[in-house]
Design a protein around this ligand. Structure first.
Ligand SMILES: Cc1ncc(COP(=O)(O)O)c(C=O)c1O
Length: 398
């Protein structure tokens, strides 16, 4: 007789976006045709830049000719792309071996699957608030999860738990708080991990939004990180690949664990991927090569600048309306403190019904997100401006 995985009963029934749609429905039903302004989305809205579209097209063209057609590729990724990713890090002063690079179909699946190369009894430390996939995938896989609170007084960065953790998820720039760890802060996590032979899983999905040159964009900017950190990257927010799907994970051979030899985790992830993943789309990988080219970097960074200008409009608009807010300077998310002591869901309702703006309640990212809202800078400029104006007019002077 088949038994169900009861761990699914330990996470919320639906992913948070479903819950938000459900909560907005009564208002929408009673106000048919009303225009809603969206500051809640974590999805890209602007078209892919020309040099990358050309790369994707070249990938399609190759498939149309007998001489250049390819079917299955290496599960770890196209050799040229693995090399280009290593060179991309090299330009940032970080030495990465191409054989430590595993190309993926995006960061979400790797964030979720990476725990499978660790023992079942590994204790996983998760930021609260944090990107829900880190927590929920760990719970579903049966790992024990401990929370790392990210209080305002710690710049919303995780405080390492007293209890020994084996795996530590860190996301910087952070979703949802939009804050970024400094080099010193990353160093403190690396020191902890090396001391306890723990492994940091560093989610760098928003690295390209870092504007301040003093702030790190990769965990490997920290000395010693290659012996204790796996880095997960994505081209979703950096190049508008949310629908195209491409990312990568760095699993250095230097990683040290309590019981395995160095090289074991790299070998296990290789085994996992070759067994359970059939490689990223060859078209997407051609697009990825174009993103990493000099022109691709220039154009995609220009697009990131567009979203960061949205972030500035939100920050300045809401600040002058009396809101207290954080983040949004090196990340596409702004973390807004709910005014008048409102809870996250109360604030969501107020913003929806008074200003017709959809935002994301901080509490969906963990109990320490209660009393905050995540405001997203992804969107067309005119929609962002309308949303900010509507909040200022209908919900301002807090
Ligand atoms: C922190 C973080 N990590 C990973 C992802 C997923 O990225 P991808 O689209 O590459 O799966 C997201 C997407 O929103 C994210 O916010």
């Amino acid at each position: 007789m088949a038994k169900i995985n009861l761990n699914f009963t330990k996470v919320a029934q639906g992913y948070f976006s479903t819950e938000i749609a459900k909560r907005a429905k009564p208002f929408l039903d009673s106000h048919p045709g009303v225009e809603l302004y969206k500051l809640g989305i974590g999805n890209t809205t602007e078209p892919i830049v020309p040099s990358v579209v050309a790369g994707l097209r070249a990938g399609v063209d190759k498939l149309s000719k007998r001489d250049t057609y390819t079917g299955y590729g290496d599960e770890q990724g196209d050799t040229r792309l693995r090399q280009a990713i290593a060179e991309w890090y090299g330009k940032r002063g970080i030495v990465i071996e191409p054989s430590d690079v595993f190309v993926s179909d995006g960061a979400k699946s790797d964030c979720a699957n990476i725990t499978s190369i660790f023992s079942d009894d590994a204790v996983v430390a998760i930021s609260d608030p944090g990107y829900p996939v880190h927590r929920e995938a760990s719970v579903i896989s049966g790992k024990r999860v401990v929370s790392m609170a990210c209080p305002e007084k710690n710049n919303f960065l995780p405080v390492i738990p007293k209890e020994k953790a084996d795996l530590i998820y860190i996301c910087s720039p952070n979703n949802p708080t939009g804050t970024v760890a400094t080099k010193e802060q990353l160093e403190s996590y690396v020191v902890y991990a090396r001391k306890h032979k723990a492994i940091i899983i560093f989610d760098a999905a928003y690295s390209e939004y870092v504007r301040d040159p003093k702030l790190p964009r990769s965990i490997y900017e920290t000395e010693g990180a290659k012996s204790c950190a796996i880095e997960i990257q994505s081209l979703s927010k950096a190049a508008g690949f949310t629908g195209v799907r491409l990312g990568w994970t760095i699993v250095p051979k230097e990683l040290q664990t309590e019981d395995g030899d160095t090289g074991t985790l790299n070998q296990f992830w290789n085994r996992r991927q070759t067994t359970m993943f059939n490689g990223a789309s060859n078209i997407a990988q051609e697009g990825g090569l174009a993103v990493l080219s000099a022109l691709g970097q220039k154009q995609t960074h220009g697009q990131v600048d567009y979203y960061m200008e949205n972030a500035r409009i939100i920050r300045e608009g809401l600040k002058s309306a009396g809101f207290t807010l954080y983040g949004g300077e090196n990340a596409p998310y702004i973390w807004l403190r709910c005014p008048q002591g409102l809870s996250s869901w109360e604030c969501f309702d107020e913003l929806l019904t008074k200003a017709r703006v959809i935002t994301t309640p901080g509490v969906v990212f963990g109990e320490n997100g209660e009393g905050y809202m995540r405001v997203s800078a992804f969107g067309h400029r005119e929609d962002i401006e309308k949303a900010v104006n509507s909040i200022r007019e209908n919900f301002g002077n807090q």
